[in-house]
Write a protein that binds this ligand. Structure first.
Ligand code: MRU
Length: 318
């Protein structure tokens, strides 16, 4: 493999490393992925996360196995297992399906170069989204964001956070409010870490403070990412996104979804067709909740298109 380097993913020859995002912001530890099974676990425990990045990382894990000489049969089994690692982000299935085209007939070199292309293309898609998204951000805007949609979630500058970063680089004086994003705190841990590194002014809030913030007129725009966008424009994203969209609608705040072409799923008619991952109860109950209570822990929700002001993609703004 070519040398590929991003904020949370690195490849060189047949070696592949990921930044363990479960340890951020307190520890920056790189873990070596040696085989597709390692990558499945890294994706499932969210050491590697974010819709575009899990597609890119799974593709590189398959390329690594090809580089190490795995047979077409073994690669097909690994591809199918990687594809199932998480269900909601369509980027994962799309990346694996693209690589599977090189398995029958088997072209080892092409599988590796396609995986490299998926990484390189994601960087370019992020750049285009950042430019398009930043065009919607004005000097002085106060922007609310949810989950993590930056360099940790993609191979490039990110989706929604990429647009925010680009606006800051353009000299626009913006302030970002960061939802902590319960239960796994991608906002408090990851987005806040990225914004601090970039020197972008921001304030952390608990998810349940967004309504009060909007009621005080302190947010003009919401920028979020997506894990899968259905044919009709309904968008699945991190749990809590739908609630924010309802709040934004009520308060007349613009609500933008930023996502690359790899997040659109023509085969899903509408949001109801998007599979929603449900995760372990312990993520919600932790140590503090009453341990004998039942827990519901959907990782994503669907925002209907009528609540979305615009979808910002790499090619254009819909
Ligand atoms: O469970 P996660 O952390 O992988 O969820 C990530 C999100 O929901 C992001 O908002 C989404 O992937 C789009 S951004 C790149």
């Amino acid at each position: 493999m070519k040398t590929l380097d991003s904020l949370a993913l690195r490849a060189e020859g047949d070696r592949l490393f990921v930044l363990d995002q479960t340890l951020l912001p307190h520890e920056e530890k790189w873990i070596e992925c040696r085989e597709p099974r390692d990558m499945i676990q890294l994706i499932q425990r969210l050491a590697v996360r974010g819709a575009p990045l899990i597609g890119v990382a799974a593709a590189l894990a398959l390329a690594q196995a090809a580089e190490k000489g795995a047979s077409a049969e073994a690669l097909t089994i690994a591809a199918d297992e990687l594809r199932e690692a998480r269900p909601t982000a369509v980027n994962l299935a799309a990346a694996i399906d693209r690589l599977k085209l090189t398995l029958n007939p088997f072209e080892r070199g092409r599988l590796i170069s396609e995986a490299e292309a998926i990484f390189i293309e994601d960087v370019a898609l992020c750049e285009a989204m950042a430019d398009n998204g930043a065009s919607l951000i004005a000097d002085g805007d106060q922007i609310l964001t949810h989950c993590n949609t930056g360099g940790l979630a993609t191979a490039g500058v990110g989706t929604a956070l990429g647009a925010i970063r680009r606006a800051h680089e353009q000299g626009k004086r913006i302030h970002v409010f960061v939802d902590e994003t319960r239960p796994l705190l991608q906002g408090a841990r990851l987005t806040a870490w990225e914004l601090s590194k970039l020197g972008i002014p921001h304030t952390l809030i608990c998810d349940n403070m967004a309504g009060a913030l909007m009621a005080q007129g302190r947010v003009q725009k919401v920028f979020v990412g997506a894990d899968r966008i259905a044919r009709n424009g309904d968008a699945a994203n991190k749990i809590g996104t739908y609630g924010l969209a309802v709040l934004a609608h009520h308060h007349g705040v613009k609500f933008y979804v930023v996502a690359p072409q790899t997040t659109f799923d023509e085969s899903c008619k509408d949001g109801a067709a998007i599979p929603i991952e449900e995760r372990k109860a312990e993520e919600v109950s932790g140590r503090q909740a009453n341990q004998s209570s039942a827990v519901w822990n959907p990782a994503f929700d669907v925002t209907p298109k009528k609540l979305i002001t615009a979808i910002v993609s790499d090619s254009r703004i819909f």
